[in-house]
Design a protein around this ligand. Structure first.
Ligand code: BES
Ligand code: ZN
Length: 441
């Protein structure tokens, strides 16, 4: 068996679903196991309580003449539902065709264990690391890291470092070293439309009162034009245009449209005019409907006017949009466009700023050297559409850049059934982590 795989399997078996309050003990047990594991490899670790799930913090003995590197990862996972779409049980790691299938295999436990195994290998070989190291693993990334920024504030001195490194992003293809220098931010909102005080017979009352399900559909339809441009006034005002060099560099990655169609199974591509699909995902803001509903969802028909309907939205943000301002704009737009005869209630959800760094900085180059040593060939410089909310706070609170060295592939099914992680990527990640600390030293 590949060294380190047994530990990864143990980690994967914890159903550490951060959003599910019935899994609270599992999340904690997962953190405790990581604490023990880090301590056992020679990195004394502590569990720090937060109002939510615990933070695991470990460090080696620091020396003033060395650079300090903070490695971040998250041990929480998304819910595994729908369970019947998994080929093997969601929390029982199973190997098929060189890949490990399990919730969290790629996002983020496989990539997190590549850090741990890389550290373990260097410590066994050299008895020390080439840098001062801080390991920070959190259990709330998938719910927007609500308690981590206050934790950074409270432990600012202890967490003082020169740079952060994370493996929680993707690669543009198998074996292609990929350096991600930007992430989109996020701002979530929920809208509820209230109509009659009870569900009504649609024959007796239909025609005389407004239908909340129809109202929510109308409201959702006001967010974009037919071509996919966002119609919320002011939404694009703060958006920084793409740099010429990045448009060129991304074009050189080749046309990713066919791959996107294959990966998604969609019948066609669709999005904001004037941009390639890569640009739309990595550097343009969006508003997505993550959930919409109301009324009868069961078999057959039921003649009813539902008393309420709901809409769950998330906006992906780019520099220099700010989550609060975007939530204000979207909320105002929803209020203004709410059809008559119903009452609208809006709730703001979690959020995080976008992040972009200079990939040509010294630290960026050091990370790219580590990628070249691991994968050979040319390194892809990309931004990504996903969000890691705490990265912005690493910059604003700790004052440091974050190096994103992802190991996930497009077909790893993060957040979906049959999530998986190639064993080759784990092995490469273990090597990458050793080179990374050498290069950063
Ligand atoms: N690992 C992802 C973020 C990611 C995925 C970055 C792909 C780049 C490419 C992370 O675990 C994640 O899913 N984040 C959430 C954050 C949200 C729940 C606040 C996301 O992006 O939806
Ligand atoms: Zn995720």
């Amino acid at each position: 068996m590949t060294p380190g795989l047994e530990d990864l399997f143990t980690l994967l078996r914890f159903p550490s679903v951060s959003t599910d309050s019935t899994r609270r003990d599992d999340v904690r047990a997962c953190a405790q196991w990581l604490q023990q594991k880090l301590t056992a490899i020679g990195l004394p670790a502590a569990l720090h309580e937060t109002p939510g799930h615990p933070v695991v913090l470990a460090r080696n003995t620091h020396r003033p003449d060395r650079r300090t590197v903070l490695l971040y990862g998250h041990y929480d996972v998304q819910p595994a539902e729908p369970l019947n779409e998994w080929r093997t049980p969601a929390f029982e790691p199973t190997i098929r065709d060189g890949r490990i299938y399990c919730r969290g295999a790629t996002d983020n436990k496989g990539q997190l264990m590549a850090h741990v195994r890389g550290l373990q290998t260097t410590l066994e070989k050299d008895g020390d690391l080439p840098v001062n190291l801080i390991v920070l693993f959190e259990g709330e990334e998938e719910i927007g890291s609500p308690n981590l920024e206050p934790f950074l504030q409270a432990h600012k001195e202890e967490l003082r470092c020169d740079v952060v490194a994370i493996s929680d992003t993707g690669m543009v293809g198998p074996g292609v070293g990929t350096f991600t220098y930007g992430l989109r931010g996020i701002a979530c909102l929920e809208a509820k439309i209230h109509g009659p005080s009870i569900d009504l017979h649609s024959g007796i009352f239909g025609g005389a009162i407004a239908n909340p399900a129809l109202a929510i559909a109308r409201l959702a339809a006001t967010l974009h034009d037919a071509e996919g441009r966002i119609l919320v006034p002011g939404f694009y005002d703060a958006v920084k245009p793409l740099e010429d060099w990045e448009r060129k560099a991304w074009a050189e990655l080749g046309d990713r449209d066919v791959e996107t169609l294959e990966l998604t199974g969609s019948p066609a591509l669709f999005g904001e005019p004037g941009y390639t699909s890569t640009e739309r995902c990595w550097a343009r803001p969006t508003i997505e409907v993550n959930g919409i509903g109301g009324g009868y969802q069961g078999e057959g028909s039921k003649t009813v006017i539902p008393r309420e309907a709901m809409l769950k939205l998330s906006c992906r943000l780019v520099p220099d949009q700010t989550p609060n301002a975007i939530q204000d704009l979207v909320a105002a737009h929803l209020e203004k466009n709410c059809p008559p005869g119903v009452r609208l209630e809006i709730k703001r959800g979690h959020s995080g700023n976008a992040y972009v760094m200079d990939p040509h900085s010294d630290l960026g180059k050091a990370a790219q050297n580590a990628l070249t040593r691991t994968f050979g060939g040319k390194i892809a410089l990309i931004r990504e559409g996903g969000s890691i909310p705490i990265v912005h706070a690493f910059k604003t609170v700790l004052g440091v850049d974050t190096l994103l060295l992802g190991l996930a592939l497009g077909d790893c099914q993060a957040h979906a059934p049959n999530e998986n992680f190639p064993i080759d990527n784990f092995i490469a990640g273990v090597q990458l982590n050793q080179y990374l600390l050498e290069e950063l030293a």
